[in-house]
Write a protein of this length. Structure first.
Ligand code: SAM
Length: 242
């Protein structure tokens, strides 16, 4: 059995490493957005550490993958890391997946990545979707240079201070936001940055995908008229220098 798996990895021109953690990107909505290599990796590893086992199970059953799953999320990560390091130490190959997109991007994963590296073990990337790159690519704003913020603080005062620190940034700015804070954040952006060009990407790769490219003030008007629902990425132009 082990030999067969090894042969499969070698056939793909991959090095066969024992005790390795694969960082596997998974779809941000559309289940077809997964690479052949990600599917093969999820099939071939001994264990998948998943942020949301229910969502990952849905993905796995769609592709008839039966690899065992363990949960790995914010509140059990310290305990789980010990277990995962032990399994890696025994030569197991483990895939880390988050609820959606790329693990570690505004998702748990970083602390496991550090722990694995500190233990002197291998990490291999299996690239794929991430909401920030998908949104940036269709924003129509300059994409040769950008800064990714992830989520701003949920606390109003702190969020404003974070935005004040970004006000002089000349690169395009990418922010993740939840539907119930979208309007408050857009209002703070308008107050602190002024009325810049922006794109609000909603439900990317899903049925209600929508990309709204407009001045921040008009985005506010739109989302006041039709309350925001779903998942959002805000892309704002950097400060103009001329
Ligand atoms: N790891 C993920 C990635 O690689 O993009 C991000 C996870 S973070 C917990 C979830 C946030 O990502 C959402 O609140 C939203 O801002 C953004 N996001 C994820 N999927 C999205 C989608 N399909 N459309 C728009 N934004 C999305």
């Amino acid at each position: 059995m082990e030999k067969k798996k090894k042969d499969l990895f070698l056939e793909q021109g991959e090095k066969f490493v024992k005790g390795v953690l694969y960082i596997v990107s998974t779809p941000i909505g559309n289940l077809e957005d997964i690479t052949l290599r990600a599917l093969r990796t999820l099939k071939e590893v001994e264990l998948i550490a998943a942020e949301d086992t229910r969502r990952t199970r849905k993905l796995l059953s769609h592709y008839q993958i039966h690899t065992p799953l363990v949960s790995y999320f914010a509140h059990n990560k310290i305990r789980r890391e010990k277990y995962l390091l032990k399994m890696l130490g025994e030569g197991k190959r483990i895939a880390l997946v988050s609820e959606a997109g790329t693990p570690g991007i505004s998702d748990p994963g970083y602390s496991l990545i550090r722990a694995v590296l500190e233990a002197g073990m291998d990490i291999i990337p299996i690239p794929g979707p991430t909401a920030l790159i998908s949104a940036l690519g269709v924003s129509g704003l300059p994409i040769h240079e950008f800064v990714f913020i992830g989520f701003l603080s949920s606390k109003g005062g702190r969020r404003k201070r974070e935005l004040q620190n970004l006000e002089a940034e000349t690169k395009t700015i990418v922010i993740y936001e939840s539907p119930h804070r979208l309007l408050a954040t857009l209002r703070d952006i308008l107050e602190i940055f002024g009325d810049r060009d922006s794109a609000v990407a909603r439900e990317l790769t899903k049925k209600y995908e929508e990309i709204s490219r407009d001045k921040v003030s008009l985005q506010i008007a739109k989302f006041t008229a039709v309350p925001p629902r779903g998942e959002f990425v805000i892309v704002v132009e950097g400060k103009r220098t001329s």
